[in-house]
Ligand binder design. Structure first.
Ligand code: PGA
Length: 252
């Protein structure tokens, strides 16, 4: 059985004081014994203080981005080892905003995923089609390309999680229907079976992301190939984030 994960991508939100209030609110409502992995991905300046705030709880710490090199003259960037120092166990790679706003290419993302995995952390590799792709019937072509240009058998599957986030559903309030999401998740799992093997693909977790809210979480999270959620907007409000965690537990 795949253990569900609910991950919160804070993006560029929260000052230190706001972050402490948010985490305290989540901890207050969190069942520590629940069979779910909970991850928060705050902006980089909050990683050290948030590591302290979540110490002795089940919440894990993740980063939103990383540079592929170990060190060097890369102003403004951070390496895997630096993020590991802060207590991060997971790093998002290839979020659609990194691809579309910051122009990160498949080639670059392939290096990033390998840097994360070789550094002993878990890469959450994000993939998803744009509205234009979907309307042109190219969803699976784009997904296959995003998988094939980055993943191969040298990337340890034990250090990998996939997040399917249709670009048109991110921050727009439009969510893929549970059936649309399930169809793509099933396709992704089959494709992962050709990168690895069938048994490995069955073990890999595939999270859904894109306007996941307390009101739609249950219908998405009951789909057989949806193993959790990568949550943006709704993770910034403690009650909403914990309601999504409760929804995944109810769906199990
Ligand atoms: P959203 O963001 O939940 O606000 O749509 C999801 C994400 O970008 O990971």
């Amino acid at each position: 059985m795949r253990k569900p994960m609910i991950a919160g991508n804070w993006k560029m939100h929260k000052t230190l004081t706001e972050a402490r209030t948010l985490v305290a609110g989540v901890l207050d409502k969190l069942d520590e014994s629940a069979e779910v992995d909970v991850l928060i991905c705050p902006p980089v300046q909050l990683l050290f203080p948030m590591a302290k705030s979540i110490a002795n709880s089940k919440i894990m710490l993740g980063a939103q981005n990383v540079h592929e090199e170990a060190s060097g003259a890369y102003t403004g960037e951070v390496s895997v080892a630096m993020l590991k120092d802060t207590g991060c166990s997971h790093i998002l790679v290839g979020h659609s905003e990194r691809r579309h706003v910051f122009g990160e290419s498949g080639d670059r993302l392939a290096k990033k995923v390998r840097a994360v995995v070789q550094g002993g952390l878990i890469a959450i590799y994000c993939i998803g089609e744009t509205l234009e792709d979907r309307e042109a019937g190219r969803t699976t072509v784009v997904i296959d390309q995003q998988i094939d240009e980055v993943l191969a058998s040298d990337v340890s599957a034990e250090h990998l999680i996939i997040a399917y986030e249709p670009v048109w559903a991110i921050g727009t309030g439009k969510t893929a229907s549970p059936e649309q999401a399930q169809d793509v998740h099933a396709h992704i799992r089959t494709r992962l079976g050709s990168v690895y093997d069938e048994a490995t693909a069955q073990k890999l977790r595939i999270l859904y992301g894109g306007s996941v809210k307390p009101g739609n979480a249950a219908s998405l999270l009951t789909q057989v190939d949806i193993d959790g959620a990568l949550v943006g907007g709704a993770c910034l409000v403690a009650e909403d984030f914990t309601a999504i965690i409760s929804a995944v537990l109810a769906a199990a």
